[in-house]
Write a protein that binds this ligand. Structure first.
Ligand SMILES: [Zn+2]
Length: 326
């Protein structure tokens, strides 16, 4: 019972095969419960054989030949007169694969999709067609989720540039929670009305979504999603940069006139400094000391060092002269 730890009432009759291994089994429990009324019965009506595919073992595909029984229901008022014994830990009623094989195929479907799941499964010896995998994925129970509070709406493409649906994500759990077949105001607002817990909806700039939220979730605050916010910001910055470059270009074209004016001002200041220097020279020739010259030229405070600097550097920097002369 290593292969079937959950089946205490099953006995292996035989094992055959080389490439594919076939296990023949039969059930041993003395009674079985009616699936309709739950009454246990030991009255066997007939026997029949079920064939099931199971997970491979050490690279070998496994097939199960199960001999099971039909029972009479003992409860006279039960609508189910005859029932087949069930093996709930092994397989679903009427299934051709064990539960654990179905689970493996379902996981392949969730991870890789129908065809990719079938291809990977084939390599691993887990047989199941694309359609089988997709059917199992669709049939798998939806995870229980609490009502969303903050959601995001965005397009998803059935067919790029031709047909779009709406993808709804729970932004607090970072999980997609639904797909809608289109992005019309009607479809989206109907969905929103079914989820009155929604407080905030993040969306793109589309007016359709804005209208749908207004109609279906008027209590919710609408916010621009991060992707579109950055996209819009980038567009604004591009426009601003283009305008600034245009201004710089215009300024460059106007520069000769400005340069001329600046040059004239500089020449005027230089001429003034030269005149002052010559005046100092004149006064020194007359025998005046630096302090006297400073007072004569009304430097405030009377500062002979300024006169000395003029003497040494008659065309010294503009900053020095403007800071010492008034
Ligand atoms: Zn019954």
């Amino acid at each position: 019972m290593i292969i079937f730890p959950d089946l205490p009432n099953v006995e292996v009759e035989g094992v055959e095969g080389a490439e594919e291994i076939t296990l023949t089994l039969h059930t041993t429990s003395p009674t079985a419960s009616c699936p309709s009324c739950g009454t246990a019965s030991s009255r066997i009506q007939s026997r029949y054989t079920r064939t099931l595919r199971d997970l491979p073992s050490v690279g070998h595909p496994i097939r199960l030949i199960m001999h099971v029984r039909r029972f009479f229901c003992k409860k006279s008022t039960c609508a189910q007169k005859i029932f087949v014994e069930r093996l709930p830990s092994l397989c679903h009623p009427h299934a051709q694969r064990t539960k654990r094989l179905q689970e493996a195929l379902c996981q392949l479907g969730f991870r890789g999709g129908g065809q990719a799941g079938a291809d990977v499964g084939s390599d691993l010896g887990i047989s199941g067609s694309r359609d089988t995998i997709l059917r199992l994925v669709r049939r798998s129970p939806q995870p229980a989720i609490s009502e969303p509070r903050i959601i995001g709406l965005d397009d998803w493409a059935h067919k790029r540039r031709l047909r779009y649906g709406t993808l709804i994500c729970d932004l607090e759990r970072s999980q997609p929670i639904d797909l809608l077949p289109d992005r019309s105001v009607e479809t989206v607002s109907v969905w929103l009305k079914k989820h009155p817990s929604i407080e905030i909806v993040s969306r793109d700039g589309s007016s359709e979504y804005a209208s749908a939220i207004k109609k279906g979730a008027p209590q919710a605050r609408q916010v621009s999603d991060r992707w579109h916010l950055i996209k819009n910001l980038a567009a604004c910055v591009s426009v601003q940069i283009a305008q600034t470059f245009a201004q710089l270009r215009r300024a460059k074209e106007q520069r000769p006139a400005q340069t001329q004016a600046v040059q004239q001002a500089q020449q005027a200041r230089q001429a003034e400094r030269m005149a002052r220097y010559e005046h100092i020279l004149e006064l020194q020739k007359q025998g005046m000391k630096s302090g006297e010259i400073a007072r004569t030229l009304s430097y405030e405070p009377a500062n002979s060092s300024t006169v000395d600097r003029y003497w040494k550097h008659p065309l010294c920097s503009q900053e020095t002269t403007t800071s010492t002369s008034h």
